[in-house]
Design a binder for this molecule. Structure first.
Ligand SMILES: Cc1cc2nc3c(=O)[nH]c(=O)nc-3n(C[C@H](O)[C@H](O)[C@H](O)COP(=O)(O)O)c2cc1C
Length: 370
């Protein structure tokens, strides 16, 4: 429950909401009341950072037709209402900026179909570093040099809109087999120009994107990058490769690396409690950069251990937060950390009082232990 400061931004604790697609946009990528309720509930529930889902920087960068985006003014207006509420509850509001590349235009996983959505169903042609399909999806078109060179500017424009929309920070999505991960990995990047070849060449687009985003973010705003620390596949990215990328990210002004794994090819992953924590630790130690750990961190004691043993600076929770939006407040209770005391100010907005980094909502006073 101890606060963390990155640049000029203080997070009330180190339990953060992992980005999770809700596949519930209205029309063209516009967030809805569902997003307000989903993200708002987790801000009330005590998360230090409420990180909005993969949000497309351009329409063709959406994973599914129901994904949210931030490529137009209508998105800024809709997000503003959500960030206003999230911030009023004492959470930092963040957004994960994304381009899905060859994994765009897919069904959302609500049982309506699998694989690529055809044009007749609202889908579109996809692009990628090379014309190599993700198994089970339509083949992408190889991006022209002009198309590649445009990507950093698309992320920078999205960052400007994110600031206008009231977000405190952005996370660049370079994990899970989406566009920037496709460039990083030799399994999906077969280019022989300046954006391919060795690790430095394959990392170039990510670093140019980070530079473009950093240039429009005020100095006091943190920049996060989510990486897949390994492709879990022979011949793919290794933790050592990604630790080297993390060194470059730090040198380019990134403040925290959010360490996930996989997603670029079908692979057998040894999933278990905290299975990605060792990678977060390796990257933290090798690159000398703050990390967050994510993936099957489910109990307060386990989360506390990840932080206490120095594996990561922060834990992110995905599915446990779907089960319990008040996970951080409940964890504080379970660990007998009385930091989240009642807010007796009588002001519904005043959940953050001096000396009380995480506030139990006064409206819920009769449900607290205090
Ligand atoms: C419904 C759902 C949607 C997700 N969407 C995203 C996303 O938009 N961006 C992302 O980087 N990861 C996404 N993930 C992965 C989570 O952020 C997280 O890394 C993963 O679920 C492992 O953490 P957990 O065991 O705490 O759930 C999603 C996961 C779920 C369950």
């Amino acid at each position: 429950m101890s606060p963390l400061t990155l640049r000029g931004t203080t997070f009330r604790n180190r339990v953060w909401l992992a980005p999770m697609c809700q596949y519930s946009a209205a029309g063209d990528g516009v967030p809805t009341d569902w997003h307000l309720a989903h993200l708002g509930a987790r801000a009330v529930g005590g998360f230090g950072l409420v990180l909005a889902e993969a949000t497309a920087v351009v329409p063709e960068g959406r994973i599914s037709p129901e994904d949210v985006g931030i490529w137009g003014d209508e998105h800024v207006v809709a997000w503003r209402r959500i960030t206003d509420f999230v911030r009023s509850r004492g959470a930092v509001a963040g957004v994960q900026l994304a381009h899905a590349g060859r994994k765009a235009s897919t069904y959302r996983g609500f049982g309506e179909g699998a694989g690529t959505v055809p044009a007749a169903g609202g889908g579109w042609d996809t692009v990628a570093p090379s014309a190599v399909a993700f198994d089970g999806y339509a083949a992408p078109r190889e991006m022209t040099p002009e198309q590649v060179a445009a990507v950093p500017g698309q992320f920078a424009a999205a960052t400007r809109r994110a600031l206008d929309a009231g977000f405190d920070l952005v996370e660049v999505h370079a994990a899970h087999g989406y566009l920037l991960h496709q460039f990083l990995s030799p399994l999906s990047n077969h280019r022989d120009d300046a954006w391919g070849g060795d690790l430095a060449g394959r990392a170039r687009l990510l670093l140019d994107t980070v530079d473009a985003v950093r240039a429009v973010l005020p100095d006091d705003r943190p920049l996060l990058v989510r990486v897949s620390a390994t492709d879990w596949t022979e011949g793919g990215l290794t933790v050592e490769d990604v630790a080297q990328v993390a060194v470059w990210l730090r040198e380019h002004g990134v403040d925290l690396v959010d360490v996930s794994s996989g997603g670029n090819v079908h692979a057998s992953i040894p999933v278990g409690p905290g299975y990605q924590v060792p990678a977060a630790r390796t990257i933290r130690e090798t690159a000398g950069i703050a990390t967050s750990a994510v993936g099957l961190i489910t109990t307060p004691e386990q989360a506390e251990q990840v932080l206490a043993d120095g594996s990561a600076d922060v834990v992110m929770l995905g599915r446990p937060a779907l089960f319990d939006p008040h996970w951080p407040l409940r964890a504080a209770h379970a660990l007998d950390d009385k930091t989240p005391t009642l807010d007796h100010a009588g002001d519904a907005a005043a959940t953050v009082l001096p000396g009380q980094p995480t506030g139990w909502p006064v409206q819920y006073a009769r449900g607290s232990w205090g």
